[in-house]
Design a protein around this ligand. Structure first.
Ligand code: 13P
Ligand code: SF4
Length: 310
């Protein structure tokens, strides 16, 4: 379908249906450009919690739209493609998670927002990459903690908070793919560059970083830091916002292991959404996210705890 047609129809349907489009920085650039709000996971959850729109179109992955529905049971929440999963959410199943909890019944459970409603319902706290440290630090020092599902974020938090977290063995397939050798090679040819990395990256990548933070954290750092060149270890979608926010800075995407041609990493789940699917889902009001009310009432408790602290 013609891009100009899609853009004008999406804008028309948005008005007609009092809909808001929320997009993550990892979405393709046309989707970011048409969105009413683009942000990181925490900002998107906060926006979903305060919007007056009747319909939320979530241009992101399933767990994000599901979280928006948990917060807004009376709003219609749409996701352009229901197959937009996440290796972290998909790698943490409720049956085995429950077994882990049963083995450590006194542990407090802190769960990354990249998880299913079922896992959230089994948790005490939800966190995102931008508030995980704050949430761990809000839990009494002598309280033992299970952290799931991201072992890389968990390892980073162990070091940052000096706490011995019990970690679930999950990871993000995108952030786990960065090549340390290639990163060092690029750094050696750009020795004044600063390395910024998302905390879902592996420990050896994070150890090289001058700054570690969420997508919004990285954007703010690059915008405000005096360096002119940055090597960025996160999903390539962030480059679009960086070009807008920091047009004078030179941005070098950190390369991944397999990637010899494009030198950047893309999340196939995030990129499953297209402008055309966004248009069709707004037009047809489908696919829609629905959630069992009993499950929702359990899953919202740790989310609200997070939102109240953030
Ligand atoms: P943030 O939005 O918290 O930076 O997390 C990135 C991510 O991987 C979302 O899936
Ligand atoms: Fe999940 Fe990683 Fe994709 Fe984010 S980038 S949606 S954590 S697989």
């Amino acid at each position: 379908m013609d891009k100009l047609f899609l853009i004008s129809e999406i804008n028309r349907l948005k008005q007609e249906k009092n809909a808001i489009i929320l997009a993550h920085y990892y979405q393709e650039k046309d989707i970011q450009d048409i969105a009413d709000f683009v942000g990181d996971s925490l900002e998107l959850s906060k926006k979903a919690a305060t919007t007056n729109a009747d319909t939320i179109v979530f241009a992101g992955v399933y767990f994000m739209a599901e979280t928006a529905k948990i917060i807004n049971p009376n709003k219609k929440v749409l996701l352009p493609d229901l197959n937009a999963g996440c290796s972290l959410a998909d790698g943490c199943d409720p049956v085995n998670f429950k077994k882990l909890k049963e083995l450590f019944p006194k542990h407090v459970v802190v769960t990354y927002i990249n998880s299913s409603a079922e896992i959230k319902a089994l948790s005490d706290w939800v966190c995102t990459s931008s508030n995980a440290k704050k949430i761990i630090e809000a839990i009494p020092q002598d309280q033992e903690i299970i952290f799931a599902p991201d072992k890389n974020l968990g390892t980073y938090l162990k070091k940052e908070t000096n706490r011995d977290l019990l970690l679930w063995d999950g990871s993000c397939i995108v952030h786990e793919a960065f090549s340390l050798d290639k990163l060092i090679e690029i750094y050696n040819t750009n020795p004044t560059a600063k390395i910024v990395a998302h905390p879902e990256s592996e420990r050896h990548i994070l150890e090289t970083a001058h700054y570690i933070g969420s997508t919004s954290g990285m954007l703010n750092f690059i915008k405000n830091d005096s360096a002119t060149t940055f090597i960025v270890a996160t999903e390539a979608g962030i480059l679009h916002q960086l070009a807008k926010d920091a047009p004078t800075k030179t941005i070098i995407p950190a390369p991944s292991h397999e990637d010899n041609t494009c030198a950047c990493s893309e999340c196939a789940f995030m990129k499953i959404n297209t402008l055309e699917k966004l248009y069709l889902c707004l037009k047809n009001e489908s696919p829609e996210i629905n959630i069992n009310e009993e499950l929702r009432l359990e899953a919202i408790k740790p989310i609200n705890r997070m939102l109240n602290l953030s």
